[in-house]
Design a protein around this ligand. Sequence first.
Ligand SMILES: Cc1cc2nc3c(=O)[nH]c(=O)nc-3n(C[C@H](O)[C@H](O)[C@H](O)COP(=O)(O)OP(=O)(O)OC[C@H]3O[C@@H](n4cnc5c(N)ncnc54)[C@H](O)[C@@H]3O)c2cc1C
Length: 372
Amino acid sequence: MFVCLGQNSYSLNSNELIDRLVVRSRRTPQLSHVNLQRNQLNQTPHYLVVGAGLAGLSCAQGLRAAGFDITVVDKSRGPSGRMSTRRGEDWACDHGAQYFTARSSAFQMDIARWQDAGVAALWTPRLQVRDENGWREGGETISRFVGVPRMTAPARLLADGLKLQTSTTVTALHRVGCSWQVETAEHGRLATGFDGVVLAVPAPQALPLLTPVSPMLAAQAREARMQGCWALMLRFDAALDLPFDAAFINHGPLRWVARDSSKPGRAGPETWSLHASTPWSEAHIEDDAETVASALVEAFIELGGRAPQAWTAHRWRYAITESATADGCAWDALQGLGLCGDWLNGGRVEGAWLSGRALAQRVRQSFVAEAC
Ligand SMILES: Cc1cc2nc3c(=O)[nH]c(=O)nc-3n(C[C@H](O)[C@H](O)[C@H](O)COP(=O)(O)OP(=O)(O)OC[C@H]3O[C@@H](n4cnc5c(N)ncnc54)[C@H](O)[C@@H]3O)c2cc1C
């Protein structure tokens, strides 16, 4: 017997299951469609995860570990999202997340696994803070970790064993019967339909996909506030004689400067990563790269730096968020549609990783029956 239950289509192998569903639908109608015992299903749910940043990858790994068939797509050429590194002919520089911290024991455990695998290491820069009153020591005791040999390395480890299709931009989702059909910019409609879809993309990029199919989740994405950041990567032919490797800057256009080449495992020439503050970036988000580079290099020189041999600028339209939800993710079990990402869990790498993990747990719970 083939039954469509809102979220998925399943072949049911006993009338008993149908009886249970009917009973449960009277008792807890909102859960009745999804509280199926996995061992009573004779087909593996196939889910699509859109976005191979830390949130999408941790969700995909969690679902895969639970036996789901998972496909991950990303519009970029590789995984890792904003935990990213720009590479040139003889240089590389982290231009998104600069480091990650771990407050939860779950993330601490995964970082330990990354360290064992040689894709992450502790970074102990000489850290200073600059504000209107001058310089002071960083003074924080928090552990900062980085990917090794570059920031993308942990994501590559997480992507290991997953079916990952890069250079694939999802442009629309359609609910056809009990299946999700997926339109992409590069390949048209994907040949396979999916039982469920996880959107692990920044809120403004999730919004156009959600609006036609889920007003409730679209409203949640619309509420999130994500702000831009201009990043500038500087290359020098000799090391800069500065008394710090990284500094938080609390005045002027800059917010953060770091000697990228001081991170463990980096080779190549002296490289610095500069990030403009959020207010400055938002005010200058439409400026051209030359204007931005000129202002940020000037500010860097005021801090004791000098003009670089070469520079590359990158504009992040959706860089930073502090928004959060109680669950750290969102899940519409009836449609088989979920959201995860830093914007649902307070920002940062750890928030994204935890959000993906939380969503995988929510989805798995949808498939586990209450004891009855
Ligand atoms: C400049 C900057 C500095 C930062 N500094 C730090 C820091 O020091 N420490 C820290 O902890 N955090 C930092 N962050 C934040 C951190 O990078 C993020 O919180 C985290 O990486 C977000 O992960 P995510 O998986 O939620 O989203 P993302 O990493 O943004 O992943 C989303 C993925 O979805 C893909 N995508 C989007 N739309 C589509 C589509 N339609 N179809 C297919 N794929 C799509 C994107 O290509 C991307 O790969 C920084 C971010 C920026 C930009």
